[in-house]
Design a protein around this ligand. Structure first.
Ligand code: FES
Length: 118
């Protein structure tokens, strides 16, 4: 199923700027929508919306808790990445995820790569 529809939504200034930039390409069938390039907050969020509309969203980690040593939820790490953090060390400083045994750091790296479109 690939019905045509128009994307509508709300968000911060950077999201609006990105949507405005890509607006002409966000009409019709989602399968034809082009993924925005760039690692800014707006591009990261718009990529998620488009991939979900295309049924291609495949977040790399499905568990609720990412860091078991520090009990940091996956959602907390993902939120920091969506807001622009793109280094594992920086995620660790901001969330404490990865500051124990370190086995969750590759997962954080995967989330960063996925969110940044790498
Ligand atoms: S599981 Fe994250 S530091 Fe150990």
């Amino acid at each position: 199923m690939d019905e045509a529809f128009t994307l509508k939504g709300t968000g911060c200034r950077s999201v609006y700027d990105v949507i405005r930039k890509y607006k002409s390409q966000l009409r019709g069938k989602p399968s034809e929508w082009v993924l925005p390039k760039g690692n800014g907050h707006g591009e990261v969020l718009l990529r998620e919306v488009i991939l979900k509309a295309q049924n291609k969203w495949d977040f790399p980690y499905k568990e609720e808790e990412l860091c078991h040593c520090r009990m940091v939820p996956t959602e907390v790490v993902d939120r920091i990445v969506k807001l622009g953090t793109d280094h594992v060390e920086e995620v660790a400083r901001k969330t404490t995820a990865g500051t124990g045994c370190g086995t969750c750091r590759p997962i954080t790296e995967e989330i960063i790569k996925y969110r940044k479109g790498a």
